[in-house]
Design a protein around this ligand. Structure first.
Ligand SMILES: Nc1ncnc2c1ncn2[C@@H]1O[C@H](COP(=O)(O)OP(=O)(O)OP(=O)(O)O)[C@@H](O)[C@H]1O
Ligand SMILES: Nc1ncnc2c1ncn2[C@@H]1O[C@H](COP(=O)(O)OP(=O)(O)OP(=O)(O)O)[C@@H](O)[C@H]1O
Ligand SMILES: [Mg+2]
Ligand SMILES: [Mg+2]
Lengths: 255, 255
């Protein structure tokens, strides 16, 4: 029975999608049967994997609305053990209100995640920024939660808030556990960035902050533009190495 | 009668809060009576202005729930002509679902914005990432919308989506007009960043992309850490200059 890990942060632009894509690709490269699910109506996962609009037209939002079944929305990728569920047709609509309500009220999210687990998938879920209904619904059906934290001063000030939200989710779902905080976009040699990394390690309980940190690299930005996870496109890049380390550390828990 | 400008993007981490704070501070420095409203439950505006937790404990969410009146939530700042409404007590709660529903259903947001305009305020509203109920409600009571676009490849791919959302909001509110797209975190000399800037200017209708661009600068990051808008803390910094240019261009429309 596989496990579900949700990548969550209330802060925007901290590397949730980049982390979800690269963790999923690195798990698949280790031979784990992996399903990457995009629950963010922005639908960025498809860009990071270079999937065409037509291949990802149907996805989670179409399964939720009951118009399509699981076999119609789970897509193969060029990577053998990696399948993906895009967010689907909601990403073409001007308003995401309806999708949020649907996801918050429908039992179909839990159904999708449970069926994927029963088929032996390790499931990685990308979520929208915030602590709203989408994130809560996903966390109520997950077993692990990973919190990327951008290494910038502002991200520090909002850490208490995300940890408060996670604590509430952990209390509401006894089978959920904290995979850890992943420091992202670290800039070695940049004093502000190093100060943030040091402060987070000092202030937060030991073991909460993962050992590996993901540096800000040009290869990561280029990889997204090229529609390929950096772990595949530039395996020797420092960010790719960090994401492989992350997959190595989490793989045992997700099978 | 002042006007309301909402700073909106469905993408996270593109510089919405940084732009809202610096635009408001630069307008106030020009002598415009300015009100900065934080509609994002993350409540980052308070950090960017260095306001204490106790000074901002009550704000928009407390006005919406009907427990507090306008005079209790409008706060002075160290800058003459700049007042601020923080997001209030929702930023202390573990879940933002309730706040989203309240804001979407309550007429109190429109009431707050209309009363501020009637008192001659130019109003700048920071919004959460996304195209959900909070953003729609704010846009239905605004006269201008400003869209920061981070100069990174991924932000390009999601531009169509934000423009689709804005077009729908423009159709729903005839008094709303597009102030423009503001390129942020531009990195002169970085090929990927320059490619994005050039592509956006070529592909989007003339006049949609504002002339000034905001470069990525260390002073902007430090300013946030220090709790002061970069236009005040480092007036000669390239980002501060760009934000002053933005205020000069928009001031006439917001009075
Ligand atoms: N290690 C890295 N090095 C350089 N750039 C990075 C890195 N990780 C992410 N980025 C860039 O930072 C931006 C934000 O990343 P991403 O979109 O993954 O964040 P997010 O948290 O998913 O954002 P959102 O809140 O909008 O969902 C993107 O332009 C991405 O290319
Ligand atoms: N011109 C700039 N130069 C350098 N860093 C910047 C600049 N503008 C913003 N930043 C940094 O980028 C990060 C994201 O900015 P900000 O929080 O303003 O974005 P946002 O769109 O409001 O994010 P969210 O989606 O979480 O609300 C912050 O750490 C901020 O300090
Ligand atoms: Mg994302
Ligand atoms: Mg913000």
């Amino acid at each position: 029975m596989g496990q579900v890990i949700a990548v969550v942060s209330q802060k925007g632009g901290v590397g949730k999608t980049t982390t979800a894509i690269n963790l999923a690709a690195a798990l698949a490269r280790r031979g784990l049967k992996t399903l990457l699910v995009d629950a963010d109506p922005q639908g960025s996962v498809r860009f990071g994997l270079g999937l065409s609009a037509s291949a990802t037209r149907l996805g989670l939002s179409d399964f939720l609305s009951g118009t399509h079944e699981m076999h119609e929305i789970v897509r193969p990728t060029t990577l053998p053990w990696l399948r993906v569920v895009s967010v689907g047709s909601v990403s073409e609509s001007a308003s995401h209100d309806q999708y949020q309500k649907m996801l918050a009220d429908s039992p179909r999210t839990a159904e999708l995640l449970d069926r994927a687990r029963a088929r032996g998938y390790a499931v990685v879920v990308d979520t929208p920024p915030g602590l709203g209904p989408v994130v809560h619904r996903v966390l109520s059906s997950s077993q692990h939660v990973l919190v990327p934290l951008q290494c910038e001063p502002l991200a520090l000030q909002t850490t208490t808030q995300i940890l408060r939200g996670i604590r509430a989710a952990l209390a509401a779902n006894p089978s959920l556990s904290m995979a850890g905080i992943l420091l992202t976009m670290v800039e070695p040699g940049n004093a502000a960035s190093e100060r943030v990394a040091a402060y987070v390690r000092e202030q937060l309980p030991a073991g909460l902050v993962l050992d590996m940190t993901v540096p800000r690299t040009a290869a990561s930005v280029d990889a997204f533009a090229a529609g390929q996870p950096v772990v595949l496109r530039a395996p020797d890049d420092a960010a790719a190495i960090a994401y492989r380390d992350l997959a190595a550390q989490l793989a045992g828990r997700l099978e």
